[in-house]
Design a protein around this ligand. Sequence first.
Ligand code: GRF
Length: 185
Amino acid sequence: MAKKIAVFASGNGSNFQVIAEQFPVEFVFSDKREAYVLERAKNLDVKSYAFELKEFDSKAAYEQAILDLLTAHQIDLICLAGYMKIVGPDLLAAYEGRIINIHPAYLPEFPGANGIKDAWEAGVDQSGVTIHWVDSGIDTGQIIKQVRVPRLADDTIESFEARIHEQEYKLYPDVLESLGAERKK
Ligand code: GRF
């Protein structure tokens, strides 16, 4: 049976767009009502939901609302793609082993919110992209697949970042396929 995918994103949503162009996506969820990913969803005719933590009494209530959406849509796999919130214990307990994340560095190198900038500032001669299962840590879950991205002699941080994103756009579809997601016909 085809896997039902939801994508979670907080901002730009370029990874969401790549995924949604190649795979059926049930919905995108954003924790930011102004996120550009919601515009992309509209253009791609993908259902979207957005609500913010501050609109709820607690993170538990917030995650319960997300869980309700996941259950209503019978989601099998959550793809985090630039989702800037930590997945809390309730959501994790319900979906552990069914949540993946993309990180713009070669984990365990440079975990955290600024993987590209941190690698650049450390002066590495290569960084990478990682897709991993999500656990309760920050970018600590089991690695599914990763690729190296070199830093070239004439790179600026912008060209380095662009090359990392290019690899992200290949790796996410590859991994989804390897996990049994069916491409759009
Ligand atoms: C990507 O670099 C991803 O690896 C990181 O956040 C960025 C999201 O970019 N987790 P976008 O919103 O998909 O354009």
